[in-house]
Design a protein around this ligand. Structure first.
Ligand code: PMP
Length: 305
C-alpha cells in the first residue's frame, strides 16, 4: 500500500498510529518470509459497512499459522472483534480492504522457528476500489509453475508464497496480459496469481482440487454455494491446460478481484470473447450478497456500525 490507510493500525492488541506502526529491520519475517496473512473486504452500503466472511478469514489465518507452528496470540473471536473495533476507531464508512498479518519478530537468523518464537499480529485497513474491470480480463498461462505442497504448501496463505505469484504477475504484465494462470507440477491448471479459477463447459462448472496447488479460497467457496443455489452443477477435478482453450466461460474468484470473467487466454477468445451468462449470474449474485441485498447470504456479513 503506497498511500496511508486508516489513521490507526491494530498492533498486538493496541491501536497504534499508522506512522508509528514500525518493526525492527531484524524482524525474521523480513528475511525469510515467515508470516501468514489474510485479505478481507468490507463493503459499504446505504445503511452500514459490512465485513465479508470475517470469521472464515480469521479461521484460515489460524490454519496457515498452524502449518508453520507460528504462535498466534489472538483467538478467532478476538481478531474478529479487533477488526470491527479498528474500522470503528478509524471511523470508516466506505468500502475497505483489511489486511491481518501474523509475522515472526525478533527470532535471530536461524531457521528453527518454533511455537516459542515471538510473533506479532497487525490488522491494517484502507479504502479499496475495484481490482479488475468487471467486463473481463485477459490472461496467459504462466511459464512459472505454481508452488507445490511438496515444498511450500499453497494451502497456507504464507507471505513467502507470494514470490511465486509475483514472478508470474511480472511476466504476464510484461507480455501485456492482465493476469496469469499457473499450472501445477503435473501440468494441470492450478490457480491465478491471486485468485481461484472456474471453467464452464456445456453449462457445467469445473474448478481444480486443492491438491492441484490451489488456495482454499473463501470467494471460491462462496461462488460454489451461489452457483449451486442458482442450480448449476460444480465438479472439482484436475483441469488440463488445453481445456482452458475449449472453455465456454472462465471466471476467477478472490477477495480483491471478487468475481471476474476471463475473456481471453493466451490471445484466444474464451467462448465468444465476452462475459458468459453463467459467470454473469454468479458475479451479479455475489455483488448483491456482499452488500447484504440477499437475505439468504446475510450470515456471511458482520456489520460494523
Ligand atoms: N489464490 C491465491 C494465490 C490468492 O492469493 C487468493 C487471494 N487470497 C485466492 C486464491 C483467493 O482467495 P480468497 O477468495 O479467500 O480471497
Amino acid at each position: 500500500m503506497k498511500e496511508k490507510g486508516g489513521e490507526f493500525i491494530w498492533f498486538d492488541g493496541k491501536f497504534v498510529k499508522w506512522e508509528d506502526a514500525k518493526v525492527p529491520v531484524f524482524t525474521h519475517a523480513m528475511h525469510y518470509g515467515t508470516a501468514v496473512f489474510e485479505g478481507i473486504r468490507a463493503y459499504a452500503s446505504k445503511d452500514n459497512v459490512r465485513v465479508f466472511r470475517l470469521k472464515e478469514h480469521m479461521e484460515r489465518l489460524h490454519r496457515s499459522a498452524k502449518v508453520y507452528s507460528f504462535t498466534l496470540d489472538y483467538s478467532v473471536k478476538e481478531l474478529c472483534d479487533a477488526t470491527v473495533a479498528l474500522l470503528k476507531k478509524n471511523r470508516m464508512k466506505e468500502s475497505v480492504y483489511i489486511r491481518p498479518l501474523t509475522f515472526v519478530g525478533m527470532h535471530g537468523i536461524d531457521l528453527n522457528v518454533t511455537a516459542k518464537s515471538p510473533t506479532h499480529t497487525v490488522i491494517i485497513a484502507f479504502p479499496f476500489a475495484k481490482y479488475f474491470k468487471d467486463e473481463g480480463i485477459t490472461a496467459c498461462v504462466s511459464s512459472w509453475r505454481r508452488i507445490s505442497d511438496q515444498s511450500t504448501p499453497p494451502l497456507a496463505k504464507a507471505a513467502g508464497n507470494y514470490l511465486n505469484s509475483i514472478l508470474a504477475t511480472q511476466e504476464s504484465k510484461r507480455n501485456g496480459y492482465d493476469e496469469s494462470i499457473l499450472l501445477d507440477f503435473a501440468g494441470n491448471v492450478s490457480e491465478a496469481s491471486g485468485e481461484n479459477i472456474f471453467l464452464i463447459r456445456n453449462k457445467k462448472i469445473y474448478t481444480p482440487f486443492f491438491a492441484d496447488s490451489a488456495l482454499e479460497g473463501i470467494t471460491r467457496e462462496s461462488a460454489i454455494r451461489i452457483a449451486n443455489d442458482l442450480g448449476y452443477e460444480i465438479t472439482e477435478r484436475p483441469i488440463p491446460r488445453a481445456e482452458l482453450y475449449m472453455a465456454d466461460e472462465i471466471f476467477l474468484t478472490g477477495t480483491a478481484a471478487e468475481i471476474v470473467p476471463v475473456t481471453s487466454i493466451d490471445g484466444k477468445p474464451v467462448g465468444n470473447g465476452k462475459e458468459g451468462p453463467i459467470s454473469k449470474a454468479v458475479r451479479e449474485t455475489y455483488s448483491k450478497a456482499v452488500t447484504g441485498e440477499i437475505k439468504e447470504y446475510r450470515d456471511w456479513l458482520t456489520p460494523v456500525w
